[in-house]
Write a protein that binds this ligand. Structure first.
Ligand code: T46
Length: 182
């Protein structure tokens, strides 16, 4: 695999080695040793898998307690994936990384603890799988509004329509009002 830097030092794109042949393809999707150079001694404890229809936007979520680092990828379809720095003391606070993850580039994104995460589905549907460094703790979950002008994410909205959001995401906070990491 090849580790690719982004505009935020802690957020990394992982370009996999994909071995294609006349049967199809093979790729390694995770090695503990990959993270030795990113976050030594990291431990993933939960895997997630979601499927979403075109135009769905899930996010921008983070857990203030039990913060989750996430290694995310798309197994079917195409999404615009975003990580927002919500660490108050960070020089890149409020900045974001956005990257297209799909079943062609087979890229992964490493979203560290301290970041809000979300994605928007640009294909007819998308299946999204990811590893987390801590367990789901809804009582500690917070959300930032997907179109917060202070964050300024240029989501590739399809057909110029607004995204399909959960009630929770529709009611998310603006970053300036949100509880963030000290
Ligand atoms: C996240 C999660 C959810 N659930 C249950 C709770 C709800 O009954 C149902 C849907 O949950 P929610 O609407 O929060 O799912 P997403 O909107 O995909 O949430 C995720 O969205 C963005 C992309 C993230 O990065 C987070 O991993 C996560 O917040 O699954 C669980 O049982 N375990 C879990 O880890």
């Amino acid at each position: 695999m090849v580790l690719v830097d982004t505009t935020i030092p802690e957020v990394k794109i992982i370009e996999p080695r994909v071995f294609g042949d006349d049967r199809g393809f093979f790729m390694e999707t995770y090695r503990q040793s990959w993270f030795d150079e990113i976050v030594p001694d990291i431990q993933f404890v939960q895997d997630n898998h979601s499927k979403s229809v075109k135009g769905t936007l899930r996010g921008l979520h983070y857990q203030l307690k039990n913060p989750q680092g996430k290694l995310v990828r798309v197994v079917q379809g195409s999404v615009y994936d975003v990580a927002v720095d919500v660490r108050k003391g960070s020089p890149t606070f409020g900045q974001h990384v956005g990257v297209l993850l799909d079943d062609k580039n087979r890229r992964q994104l490493w979203v560290p603890e301290g970041f809000a995460h979300g994605f928007y589905v640009v294909s007819d549907s998308a299946e999204f799988v990811y590893k987390c460094t801590d367990y789901y703790a809804p009582e500690h979950e917070h959300s930032i509004l997907w179109n917060d002008p202070d964050v300024g994410i240029d989501w590739p909205l399809v057909d110029g329509q607004g995204p399909l959001l959960s009630e929770k995401d529709n009611a998310a906070a603006l970053l300036k009002n949100a509880k963030v990491f000290d």
